[in-house]
Ligand binder design. Structure first.
Ligand code: NAP
Ligand code: G4F
Length: 326
């Protein structure tokens, strides 16, 4: 019998890469999808899988993290061995506009899933998509699994609640439940309204004469940016351990949005000075401080290491946009 995985957020950046990884490992993959007015699911339509793999190994089910009844039914139907909980309202600035929705889907959504696992009567391994945003404005750097959380956005508060729920169910009920505290990870599949993809798309549009200006918010912000396919591999590795635990996954290097801009424009042979303007609507009521991750526990226990460094990541993203738009 192949192992069965259930992925929430399968249509997202990480969900799509994780699906490819698990299918290559022989898993049967079941994904939660929301009903939308269009049947197009760009990232899933572009999965690097053979027609047979798609037909025999990937199955989509309607549901929503806001509704427990559908989740309960799906658990009984799928009987997953592993659950990768990646679904949620993942945009930090949007969380200031929709805090209640963000909290319900991200925090209560995790409680709904954990209850399904507690009640399903079989051993299930659970991965929760935690985030470095929980560190907020930390007093120490770099941050590891023991660094206190000081969240500064509704998104980060919802993820901190979700993180603690996951460890609470591990401690209280003995569930195999892991938190992956992932730092920013990017790719050509990143959502268009996250800054790295926005810059890569903007650079391609300017290069091809379709746009003249790229408008950005706070370009002084510094992030620890890695490459998404490498980060989803760590999710799988966490669930293959003998004991459930929490892990920071990061590159350990911080770069500013401004450096991303300069590198991206340089790769395309353009001068950023002529094209970048400030957009006050992209500023946030609060920004995190300097967060940069210490992934030494993951290196020791999982053998996980980042391979793709900043310059190469920017190149991958800009070249993908230039090719797409050619
Ligand atoms: P993403 O591309 O924004 O994908 C989010 C996924 O969640 C999508 O599949 C989305 O479905 C789904 N979703 C949203 N609301 C839902 C709901 N009410 N019910 C069911 N599904 C819902 O995010 P990502 O970059 O892949 O990140 C995956 C997870 O890791 C997220 O939880 C994010 O917060 C967390 N995280 C990400 C990073 C990062 O740098 N990427 C770092 C740390 C943590 P639709 O396609 O229908 O919208
Ligand atoms: O790309 P961003 O929107 O990502 P952010 O806020 O770091 O959140 C992402 O990473 C988190 C992990 O740290 C995840 F938990 C979360 O789910 C998500 O995947 O913004 C990156 C930085 C911010 O400091 C922002 O203020 O870029 C700055 N920025 C500057 N101009 C902008 C823009 N961000 C966006 N989205 N759009 C801009 O025009």
């Amino acid at each position: 019998m192949p192992k069965r995985a259930f992925i929430t957020g399968i249509t997202g950046q990480d969900g799509s890469y994780l699906t490819e990884l698990l299918v290559q490992k022989g898993y049967e993959v079941h994904g939660l999808v929301r009903r939308t007015s269009s049947m197009q699911r760009g990232r899933l339509d572009g999965l690097v899988l053979s027609p047979a793999q798609r037909k025999d190994q990937v199955f989509l089910h309607y549901g929503d993290l806001g509704e427990s009844s559908a989740l309960v039914r799906l658990f009984h139907k799928i009987k997953p061995d592993e659950v990768y909980h990646l679904g949620g309202q993942s945009h930090v600035r949007v969380s200031f506009e929709s805090p209640e929705y963000t909290f319900d889907i991200n925090a209560s959504g995790t409680a709904r899933l954990l209850e399904c696992i507690r009640d399903c009567g079989q051993p299930v391994r659970f991965y929760h998509a935690s985030t470095c945003e929980m560190f907020g404005r930390p007093e120490t750097s770099p941050q590891n699994e023991n660094t206190p959380f000081r969240p500064v956005s509704p998104y980060a508060c919802s993820k901190a609640a979700s993180h603690y729920l996951t460890s609470c169910y591990r401690d209280s009920y003995g569930l195999f439940a892991c938190n992956g505290i992932l730092f920013n990870h990017e790719s050509p599949r990143r959502g268009e309204n996250f800054v790295t993809r926005k810059i890569a798309r903007g650079v391609a549009a300017i290069k091809q004469g379709r746009e003249k200006i790229l408008k950005l918010g706070n370009t002084d912000a510094r992030k620890d940016w890695g490459y998404a396919p490498e980060f989803v591999a760590a999710m799988w590795q966490m669930l293959q351990q003998d004991k459930a635990d929490d892990f920071v996954i990061a590159t350990g290097e911080a770069h500013s949005v401004q450096e991303f801009v300069e590198t991206a424009f340089q790769i395309a042979g353009l001068d950023w000075h002529a094209h970048v303007e400030t957009d006050p609507s992209q500023m946030r009521p609060a920004e995190v401080g300097l967060i940069v991750g210490d992934a030494s526990k993951a290196r020791k226990s999982l053998g996980w290491e980042p391979k793709t460094r900043f310059q190469e990541l920017v190149r991958i993203m800009v070249e993908a946009e230039l090719q797409d738009d050619a």
